[in-house]
Design a protein around this ligand. Sequence first.
Ligand code: AMP
Length: 472
Amino acid sequence: MAFSELGLSPEILQAVSDAGYTTPTPIQKQAIPHVQLGRDVLGCAQTGTGKTASFVLPMIDILAAGRGRARMPRSLILEPTRELASQVAAAFEIYGKYHRLTMALLIGGESFTDQEKKLNRGVDVLIATPGRLLDLYGRGKILLSDVRILVIDEADRMLDMGFIPDVERIVGLLPKERQTLFFSATMPPEIRRLGEAFLTDPKEIAVSPPASPAAMVKQSLIVIEEADKREALFRLIGGEEVKNALIFCNRKRDVDLLCRSLKRHGFDAAALHGDMPQARRTETLERFKEGSVRLLAASDVAARGLDIAGLSHVFCFDVPYHAEDYVHRIGRTGRAGREGRSFMLAVPEEGKAVAAIVKLIGKDIPRERVEGVAEAELVLEADRPRALYSSSRSKTGRKPSSVRAAPASDRTQREKSVGSAKEGRSEPKRGERGETNGESFGQRERESANAAIVGFGDHLPAFLARQPKSPH
Ligand code: AMP
């Protein structure tokens, strides 16, 4: 099937062709005709499937007739992170270049004045993160009564990040007469229930995930002691042909520490995490994308959906807490048919977390040695307490005491056996971390906060502390 068979306007077809795309992806083929008909859509699709264009292309055509009035956007796209919101805005610019639609990007950390000016002139498309939108609404700067199309993107990520109460509030402020497009990478029961609450007689669409990023990435696992991690990383970067690399840490604080350390050792590095002011986040990402900085130490804010052309390497400086984050992290490389390269550094106590990843991706991650750094062994039963991440002291100021929970004999097990390990941590599926098992929205953020992430400081937002409703 060609794009021309989808009934899109000649202007859109030209913009799509200028972007170099000839054939619609499965989600585009399935979603576009229903969006054009004004129908609600419940789409199960991940980033990398062409999901953005599946709503952006028909939206541009729908919105082409009419104009946005001052402070009253005609459509609203909610994204969980500023980076994803910026990426959707970029897609509107690419596909809408032959239209005269106006768009505003409302994301935390950017100047209110510029955003307000745009809104005052009237916008057709408003792309926002939930918090910033509510902030502006609360100050009377925006009216949502003209929104005719609502897109909720990455709903499962919104759930993970504790944004669902905000999303519910926003939906409550919109007219009932509207078209709603709801996308999520996974569709656990509570996401489906949410979708059903927001949608009217939706067309359900599910596409299989894009070819597993793992398939295009040559992966290695390095097992070493905590004290050797930086040395190992520096040696790897020095020894490999690293054109550019993302280096993921689990904690924002460690991102900064690692970045400083990289710079001290003469590497060209920058940091990216959610506690940085938005202007710096945007600027840093731009510099990295255009190649003026080679190494980017990052938290998982950079793991999802980011499209960095020709990224040669991904290093997981820490084994991610959640196995699926590994797939997102390494999926930043090996894109667009190119082979990518990834290395994950693990300490012995991360045996369970490594086993969970191996189980998820369905194949072993070959072990490798770093020249000049002593190899260690994974402890299969070990689940590393969060407080012991990084070489620094725990939040209480006490030094970690006993780290090794498993008997010494177990430590002789090699990663090979991790590959076939049945006893690997059975990682709850995304949805299972939700309301129904007694863990509430934002659980993940809370866990991270316990591990001394500075994102919320000492303040625990009320919605995180709220008791989950019983599913019955
Ligand atoms: P998304 O899933 O929306 O994040 O899109 C993933 C990538 O696929 C982006 O780099 C898009 O520019 C690209 N893309 C979108 N539509 C198509 C298409 N029809 N053919 C090839 N690539 C596409």
